[in-house]
Design a protein around this ligand. Sequence first.
Ligand code: MD3
Ligand code: FE
Length: 212
Amino acid sequence: MTDLLAGLHPDKIPIRDGVVLLPGFCDSDLILRAAQTIVVAAPFRHMTTPGGRPMSVAITNCGTVGWVSDAKGYRYAPRDPLSQRPWPAMPDCLAQLATDAAGKAGFSDFHPDSCLINRYQPTAHMGPHQDKDEQSFDWPIVSVSLGLSALFQLYGDTRKGPALNIRLDDGDVLVFGGAARMNYHGVRKILTQGPAPLPDQRLNLTFRRALT
Ligand code: MD3
Ligand code: FE
């Protein structure tokens, strides 16, 4: 420990088996610039759930495949359904960030092939769910938070029972793998107090290995 106050600002917080929070791990200005180039090529859109309702969260993707939802269900697809073009490539700096964060959390050799970008306006939320559209659950998921803070909820193997509440702030990275990979989780609320580089929205980037 380099100084007496370092313990008050840990750079790695174990949350539970398989879940590690890396507070302020990323430079949000750099990630934001990379995200903006993606959004120019593949704009945010509100996808429709298989049940026919628009999601309150708007999304886009980069990488070899991107997560999509429509009347046919949830899946990863190689092309943007809006443009019929391949999703923008994942910038090397983003792939590197995900590999580095996973490594710091104890998951070596993570090489994402997909990044889902979620945009939350202050009234948006994401109900409790599992991420199970990937071909293998052996890889972790790396989540990067930018802009407004969120109240994130982590459940266990069911969406019943108590949730762990975690506030995710700008620049925070959360890594999920191993025993927690199939945990239910959701975004309860966007927190509009406090300064943020993005004053009126939250972006969340989740790096995934969708294909084997
Ligand atoms: C826990 N996104 O896109 S990221 C999602 O903040 C999603 O936008 C939320 O859940 C967001 O699917 C939460 C944190 C996260 C991502 C994947 C997980 C938590 C997870 C997979 C398993 C367990
Ligand atoms: Fe999820």
